[in-house]
Design a protein around this ligand. Sequence first.
Ligand code: ARG
Length: 458
Amino acid sequence: TKQKLWGGRFTGKTDPLMHAFNQSLAYDQKMHAADIRGSIAYAKGLTRVGILTEAEEAEIIAGLQAVGKEWKDGTFKPAPDDEDIHTANERRLTELIGPLGGKLHTGRSRNDQVATDMRLWLLEEIRQVEIGLRGLIRVMVERADKEKDYLMPGYTHLQRGQPIRWSHLLLSHAFSFKNDLERLQQLIPRISVLPLGSGALAGNPFVVDREFLAKELGFQSVAENSLWGVADRDFIVEFLMWSTLAMTHVSRMAEDLIIYSTAEFGFVTLSDAYSTGSSMMPQKKNPDSLELLRGKSGRIFGNMAGFVMTLKGLPSTYNKDLQEDKEPLFDALVNVSMSFQIAEGVIATLDVHPERMRQALTMDVLATDLADYLVRKGIPFRETHHISGRAVALAESKKCQLNELTFADFQNLSDKFTEDVHGVFDFEASVERRQAIGGPSRKMVDRQIAVLREALDK
Ligand code: ARG
């Protein structure tokens, strides 16, 4: 009968449910390529300190490559006793090349091995996440550039506030994503730290050259403390926190678009490609894509919170609790990547209705501009705010729009009003007055687009 890798001191058998409970191969096989890469580098490291001859190294590397190929081809056959990707690969290597395979784990533990694999794997995956995020930003910027003419109300408290450009709103979300892009890049130096050579906890007695290992595997630095090297999972927490924040941004944008796609707003229509119907109500076209984007943000937060709970209360170094790092991380990666792609698709195919946006622009959203008009005539803003408020109330009581008040009405409110007051009631002019950096004027929208394009080119 087969022996477990660690079976030497055991006489009793593992309870079958315990075996299943302990098993991580079902999900950590995702890291098969990283595990093989790490082992190849380690074999080279062992040769350099005389544990392996060059011939042995070559044989081990060829064996590892054969195992890796089986994974790639989908022909790798897990054995019942394979606990995780590390034991599975070592078992298969030894089947292929015989007892020599047993030399590979000299001075190494699954503790430094798994930490190395996780970091290698995450570094690879982050590149894809970054590509997805860049794609999303790119589509938003292109759309904003094309639709600068569309004016709409900007909202606070979901109440109409002031006129803005539709592009200005789109770009506001793009700026959150730009920060996410920068934050993602800032995680890399703390992920790119090599644990290999930390052993189980107390370092490597064969004095394997860890700087060599780092170079072989493309790590930026080497874990300086072996206890920390096997224990640290902060890089996973950081990625999960990053994911949580990025998804919060996705969710906020989704929520805007859900509201704007209602019949009541009618600012946008989702393409059929990203909508679904109702099994009962034939007329329905539901924004399921956006709702899932909003919903996923909760799940990703849950992954983060759950794993921080796992870490809390652990003593030093490796504890099996740490195996629980994988599913939340893998799940976050799959869902964040998919979310960026879906969000990109939604934005790229969205139907935008500028006439509906325009209809929502009622004259009251120029009340601030009316107050500003009097400011320019020398009245303190606190007073002009009050006067403009009274104009709004008067229009309400006369059941007319703000611009339909008579010149006499305005004069009654303040003798500083002159005939040119009617110039205030122009949405385009209002937006164009906002020429300070960050405003919705055409020039400032162009500036935002330039800033974002520059970030994308980096
Ligand atoms: N599958 C384990 C994990 O994911 C690998 C490390 C096992 N180490 C140990 N000492 N049991 O954490």
